[in-house]
Design a protein. Structure first.
Length: 179
């Protein structure tokens, strides 16, 4: 099927070309493949015990498999969000990162404990969650709507970091489910 280039954008020495198929659907080589490693995370409902401490949970972030990482990436940034509560959307449940060796194209990302900024080796805090007075502070606040059916999701970004500068190379979103 023939494709035609419709936009060219140069940013930080990275050339991104968007192509449109003859059907008009956008194609992108900039998407990460992200999936849960634990089958209890089915994307429909947050597994029992995986909610915040305020509502009886004790678990950490879901373990993930990430593939399609651009070779230039030297870190992954993982953002946790509540789609139904705007103050906690767009990474409001915390953002943390994992250092990766350039050239890594896929990796299993282990669980990070909730309610703490003391992260395992190789992980770093990007931004603590935005509700430290609601539940304990930390880099990750597990779903915490009290069972009201809020929709949670996570976004993984493959980035190249140089000092204070971070350039996003690819991303992927995964539905965590409702709680």
């Amino acid at each position: 099927m023939p494709h035609r280039a419709v936009a060219v954008h140069v940013a930080a020495a990275t050339l991104v070309i968007a192509v449109v198929a003859t059907t008009g659907a956008a194609l992108s080589a900039e998407d990460l493949e992200v999936r849960f490693l634990d089958e209890a995370w089915n994307g429909e409902a947050v597994p029992a015990g995986s909610q915040c401490q305020k509502f009886g949970g004790e678990a950490g972030s879901p373990a993930l498999h990430v593939a399609g990482i651009p070779e230039q990436a030297n870190a992954l940034i993982i953002e946790f969000s509540d789609r139904d509560f705007p103050p906690m959307d767009n990474g409001g449940h915390g953002k943390f990162g994992l250092e990766v060796e350039p050239g890594t194209t896929s990796i299993d990302v282990g669980s990070v404990p909730g309610h703490t900024s003391d992260l395992p080796a190789g992980f770093f805090v990007v931004e603590e969650h935005k509700a430290p007075t609601w539940d304990k502070a930390g880099a990750y606040l597990p779903p915490c709507s009290g069972g009201r059916g809020n929709s949670y999701y996570l976004t993984v970004k493959a980035v190249h970091r140089m000092g204070e500068e971070t350039h996003e190379l690819a991303s992927g979103t995964l539905e965590m489910g409702k709680y």
